[in-house]
Design a binder for this molecule. Sequence first.
Ligand SMILES: Nc1ncnc2c1ncn2[C@@H]1O[C@H](COP(=O)(O)OP(=O)(O)OP(=O)(O)O)[C@@H](O)[C@H]1O
Ligand SMILES: [Mg+2]
Length: 293
Amino acid sequence: MDFVADIGRTASGVERDASGKAFMTSSREAASPTSARVVEIAGLSLVFETGDSPVHALSNIDLSVEAGEFVSFIGPSGCGKTTLLRVIADLEQPTGGHLTVNGLSAEAARLARQYGYVFQAPALYPWRTIARNVTLPLEVFKLPKAEREERAKTYLDLVGLTDFAGKYPWQLSGGMQQRASIARALCFEPKLLLMDEPFGALDEIVRDNLNLQLLRLWARTRKTVLFVTHSIPEAVFLSTRIVVMSPRPGRIIDVIPCDFPRDRTLDIRETPEFLKVAHRVREGLRAGHSYDE
Ligand SMILES: Nc1ncnc2c1ncn2[C@@H]1O[C@H](COP(=O)(O)OP(=O)(O)OP(=O)(O)O)[C@@H](O)[C@H]1O
Ligand SMILES: [Mg+2]
């Protein structure tokens, strides 16, 4: 079973993040951008006002993402990657600058169900089985039961959880829970996917497999993907561009084009071209760090 087997149908959904704020994931029609520019960010900054001192999470971010791009964000822990995705998803408010998603404000894009979101932590409901966690947003949008179940089967199969469909989240390992949350986001087949370290907790072999499946899905459906990772090989393997961020306050310190053929296989990781891009990412990360620490 693979990602691309079930892309002909559409669905819609709504979920809530850990703070309870509603966000929606899209139908493929709803996600159709009116222009090629899916995400447009100019001079964006965000300062969290905390009890003791303000936290400067993002500083002067400029970025345009065209339809069909696969853009990875890489940077040290705490540099603002999650915050940036959350701003795009209207789950945080920037304190400066501008942002549009498919030409809409972040809030309008959220309400118009323009994207799917995979959180850094799985966020599953403990009282629902894995299958019923996956189908919950489809229930909210009243998809027929048979289609909901078929979707759950397809995507649980894809992430290797077929045998765990009837189990509860607390009966699964952390990595398995994360795979279930990936299945839930993919169930909608949204055109814009925001993915926050979706494979970070997985072992190498499962991760390689899901990287390949995600790549095939992206190549076949021309989705736009914004993808946070700590893995240089993962970023280079998946992306059309890699955004390297500095330590907090997160700034963009390099944007690296990285357009390998869409039908690439894992073997390209051994090629000189691949290693050259990986080297540039590593250099960017190194340059962003202070050696005084
Ligand atoms: N709600 C909040 N209130 C105050 N500070 C916050 C809040 N959310 C995030 N921060 C701070 O903003 C900075 C960026 O956090 P963020 O979660 O975006 O980092 P990250 O790059 O995703 O890190 P990681 O790679 O560890 O996931 C951190 O210093 C964090 O402590
Ligand atoms: Mg994060």
